[in-house]
Design a protein around this ligand. Structure first.
Ligand SMILES: [Zn+2]
Length: 159
């Protein structure tokens, strides 16, 4: 796949100023193509470098384009998304197996456990890639909130 470059700067308000501190972040727009790169566990910037090492360890920087991902933390978002996706497959299967009197409860438990384990194994790293790509696109790292809190506590008051 040929790497694509994103525009490096774009004014959001037409006056040359950016709403974000980092102009490269402000230049990014939400795109399903970029999100898909994250789901494929590829760098959202170039689509070539791997986003994760081993099973779930995020790469600090892209090995191909050098994009920095150290400021991005997906936290428990991938686990939540995995539960949402896998749960929608397991719960109907649970109801189906529970209503069938010909299937032994132990066989049903075994089938549900296998579907859950395989589903989580497949979905969790892709959900993590999707969250990293989404945070990278939007710049919603949450770090600016802490800076704003710090600024408000540092300012001297008139009282
Ligand atoms: Zn890259």
């Amino acid at each position: 796949m040929k790497p694509t470059k994103l525009p490096t700067s774009r004014s959001l308000d037409g006056t040359g100023g950016n709403l974000h501190a980092d102009p490269a972040v402000a230049a990014r727009q939400f795109s399903f193509a970029l999100l898909w790169r994250g789901i494929l566990k590829q760098c959202p910037q170039c689509g070539v470098g791997p986003l994760l090492t081993a099973y779930l360890q995020p790469e600090p920087c892209c090995s191909h384009c050098g994009e920095d991902f150290r400021h991005i933390s997906a936290d428990d978002g991938p686990a939540w998304l995995t539960l949402l996706v896998v749960g929608h497959a397991v719960v109907p299967l649970m109801i189906l197996l529970g209503r069938d009197a010909t299937i032994s409860p132990w066989i049903a438990i075994l089938i549900l456990a296998l579907v859950t384990l395989i589903g989580v194994y497949f979905v969790l790293p892709r959900a993590k890639g999707a969250f990293i790509a989404l945070i990278w696109m939007t710049g919603a790292t949450g770090q600016d909130m802490f800076v704003a809190d710090q600024d408000s506590t540092d300012k001297p008051t008139d009282r």
